[in-house]
Design a protein around this ligand. Structure first.
Ligand code: SF4
Ligand code: SF4
Length: 411
């Protein structure tokens, strides 16, 4: 049996190191309260795969300026950045922030293929040109033979290819007028990949916002939120600054995001221009919060007898911390049975790009989540994060955004 307290660490409260003061790293008490929430500890059951051991490695990098071993690097890289450790930590360790800083210091040097993927995420024009090709590929019947001869695996594309769904080819309109008496104007953050692969959710969001009296602007100049870049030690400043500039220039009441993974990143935007970043963050809302807050008196939804379980994405539980808004919104549908999915504190394995970079670990976590979903005998699983839904659905899941359920019940 693994003994959390018998790790031979320093006494609680003793600083990890001397050197430059990084409050978050040096305030780890080694209490072990984060261990049972950590998905990699759940998989490996060894101390090297715990948050507190990773904090020690991060401290070595950031505070002591010491080289780390290949083994320490491997265990650090295994982190999903789910930030469940942050939520339970009595010292409120800023794990996500520290991890990102450590990654930058480690100067990750991604391979050619990964670099192209980053470029594709950054460049809207390239993405728009690629989508018709993907669409043809999906219709061509080439998937089966290419998978069977192992070519996709050799090209390190097998994991990404398995996630492919039919992409939306048309751009969204720039403006969607309110369908009820107009009470305001909002801007919608659509993301990079989600713009093509989660179109249904974006349209449901627009329909609901229009129904509660909001005109919706979709600025075409917006870019990817930068989360994948930042979490992989790549520069995200250009993407961040562009989004701040594009959204701050709009005369809107709020900027809304539909995917909690992007929302977590957007909510922590920093820039050299502090004032601009502050303005951006002030007007930013998760769509569930916004729709709930501005629900129109008298807006009726048709009843449903579905049994729904709520998957709470890590980005929502551990960063935005607004999962209660999802339950409150779903209660607007008369007759719906709503429950929390068991083990919501454990990551589903998606973890941004983790499902592509660590397919074995991610696959094991997904299998655990899928078992919990099967045990729930729910008709539908809702998740506020596109990445989690896409990953769980790739293996034949039935996960949808909560707004899709609401929009379908509009009278
Ligand atoms: S819960 Fe926080 S203080 Fe305790 S070991 Fe984990 S990171 Fe350190
Ligand atoms: S972020 Fe998640 S995977 Fe990483 S150490 Fe914390 S709990 Fe574990």
């Amino acid at each position: 049996m693994f003994d959390f307290m018998d790790m031979g660490f320093d006494e609680p409260g003793e600083p990890i190191t001397s050197g430059p003061y990084i409050p978050e790293a040096s305030e780890c008490l080694r209490c072990g309260m984060c261990i049972s929430s950590c998905p990699t500890f759940r998989l490996f059951q060894i101390d090297e795969e715990t948050p507190r051991r990773r904090i020690r490695t991060i401290s070595k990098i950031l505070v002591e300026n010491l080289p780390i071993s290949a083994d320490e690097r491997k265990h650090l890289d295994n982190c999903l950045q789910c930030r469940a450790c942050e939520t339970v930590c009595p010292s409120r360790m800023a794990y996500g922030q520290l991890f990102d800083q450590a990654r930058v210091q480690l100067k990750a040097n991604p391979g050619w293929l990964v670099k192209q993927a980053f470029r594709l995420i950054e460049n809207k024009r390239w993405r728009t040109r690629l989508m018709p090709l993907l669409s043809v590929y999906l219709k061509s019947g080439l998937q089966k033979p290419l998978r069977s001869i192992g070519l996709l695996k050799k090209l390190h594309l097998a994991e990404a290819e398995a996630l492919l769904a039919k992409p939306a080819l048309q751009a969204l309109a720039v403006c969607y007028p309110a369908s009820a008496k107009k009470c305001g104007k909002v801007a919608l953050f659509t993301g990079c990949i989600a713009e093509h692969f989660d179109r249904e959710t974006l349209l449901a969001a627009i329909k609901l916002l229009n129904a509660i009296g909001y005109e919706v602007l979709v600025p075409p100049q917006q870019s990817c939120c930068g989360a994948i870049h930042q979490h992989n030690g790549q520069p995200a400043a250009c993407l961040i600054d562009n989004n701040i500039k594009v959204f701050n220039a709009l005369d809107v009441d709020a900027v809304l995001h539909t995917a909690t993974g992007c929302g977590a990143m957007l909510s922590e935007y920093q820039s050299d221009d502090n004032e601009a970043a502050e303005l951006f963050r002030q007007r930013l809302y998760d769509i569930n919060d916004f729709v709930l807050k501005h629900w129109l008196d008298g807006l009726q939804l048709t009843a449903s007898d579905l049994k729904v379980v709520v998957h709470e994405p890590c980005s929502q539980r551990n960063v935005l911390k607004n999962q209660q808004a999802v339950y409150a919104l779903l209660q607007k549908i008369p007759g719906l049975s709503i429950a929390a999915l068991a083990d919501n504190h454990i990551c589903c394995g998606a973890g941004g790009s983790y499902m592509l970079t660590h397919p074995d670990n991610a696959g094991q976590l997904r299998a655990l989540k899928q078992q919990v979903i099967a045990d729930s005998s729910a008709d539908v699983v809702v998740s506020g994060n596109f990445g989690c839904a896409a990953y769980l659905n790739a293996d034949g899941g039935r996960v949808a955004h909560p707004l899709l359920l609401l929009a379908r019940q509009l009278l």
